[in-house]
Design a protein around this ligand. Structure first.
Ligand SMILES: Cc1cc2nc3c(=O)[nH]c(=O)nc-3n(C[C@H](O)[C@H](O)[C@H](O)COP(=O)(O)OP(=O)(O)OC[C@H]3O[C@@H](n4cnc5c(N)ncnc54)[C@H](O)[C@@H]3O)c2cc1C
Length: 281
């Protein structure tokens, strides 16, 4: 039998988290697959489960202090249906899993699972998402790129729960999002790519570029972005090989069941090229 807690609110959940070694479970779409056993047997967990998907304080999508605030237990279908959700996040979500899975799967679970192929992650990196982590001591805020340390590894402390995600309200002139999966659009990513840009008077005023599934965690470089900023369209074409070289050093994919490292590297750099030399032009 699986032992579990079902707290009525966040405070109770945080108390349980502090007093016991537990595994938070929101939609369970990652955990139930990771911990499955032979047909007919219940999944096996090392510690009791802490159900959090129903907790009111972890739900809801709203604007607060000029920022979009998304509760960690918001399901993908809730995000798709909400008018406040940025289009680029909706695009990424609509290519994820199937409708029933999207009813259960949460954005907080996608973040805390910290898979290099997590499809919301390149979007959240590019949108400068900040995570709100709650414990009985209070809340702390941390940029997503400091939270995710590697495949399945995060900065989450044993007494914390991811409460929500804050996203500054950006407007972009253009965005270019591509997910390369296996055949079906709803399969896990081999590669994903997101480019956002603001262009004024032919010059790039702001640019954000993120690659998913090509390294232990999302590849985004503010340093390279700042070198692309202020280039005009002609300069980008001239500088493209240098820019590609800089990204190439950061892209370190692996061979796995879904793809090869070589394919991932070649295609992700082609997507960069398509963004910078076609979309931005
Ligand atoms: C058939 C299928 C297809 C899928 N397709 C895709 C896809 O296309 N793209 C993709 O990115 N993913 C996909 N997934 C993976 C999965 O659905 C997502 O990663 C989902 O977002 C996980 O959310 P969850 O609420 O189900 O997480 P859970 O399984 O509940 O939890 C995942 C991890 O996060 C932790 N956790 C969850 N919420 C919190 C919180 N608030 N605070 C602290 N820790 C927390 C849990 O302890 C666990 O370690 C697929 C899964 C299945 C089964």
């Amino acid at each position: 039998m699986v032992k579990a807690f079902r707290p009525v609110n966040l405070d109770e959940a945080l108390n349980i988290r502090k007093e016991n070694r537990v595994i938070p479970i929101a939609g369970g779409t990652d955990l139930m697959v990771q911990k499955r056993r032979w047909a007919g047997l219940t999944p096996s967990f090392e510690y009791p489960l802490l159900f959090i998907g129903h907790i009111e304080e972890l739900r809801g999508i709203r604007i607060q202090d000029d920022r979009l605030r998304i509760g960690s237990a918001s399901s993908f279908n809730e995000l798709l249906e909400n008018t406040l959700t940025p289009s680029v996040l909706k695009d990424a979500i609509s290519g994820m899993a199937s409708y029933p899975i999207r009813n259960m799967a949460t954005i907080g679970g996608n973040i805390c699972n910290a898979s290099p192929a997590g499809d919301t992650l390149p979007v959240l990196y590019s949108l400068d998402a900040v995570l709100i982590l709650s414990s009985l001591k209070g809340e702390r805020r941390i940029p997503i790129e400091e939270f995710i340390k590697g495949p399945g590894i995060t900065n989450l402390k044993d007494d914390e729960i991811l409460k929500g995600i804050e996203i500054p309200q950006y407007d972009f002139d253009l965005y270019f999002y591509k997910k390369v999966g296996i055949g079906k659009v709803t399969s896990l990513s081999k590669i994903s790519f997101l480019g956002l840009a603001n262009i004024t008077d032919d010059r790039i005023k702001d640019i954000k570029v993120s690659f998913g599934a090509v390294a232990p965690s999302v590849v985004r470089s503010r340093e390279i972005e700042s070198r692309i900023k202020e280039l005009d369209r002609e300069e980008i074409v001239k500088e493209f090989n240098n820019i590609k070289e800089m990204y190439s050093e950061l892209i370190a994919p692996i061979d796995d069941a879904r793809s090869t490292a070589h394919y991932r590297k070649v295609i992700s750099l082609r997507l960069l090229e398509a963004f910078l030399t076609k979309e931005v032009q």
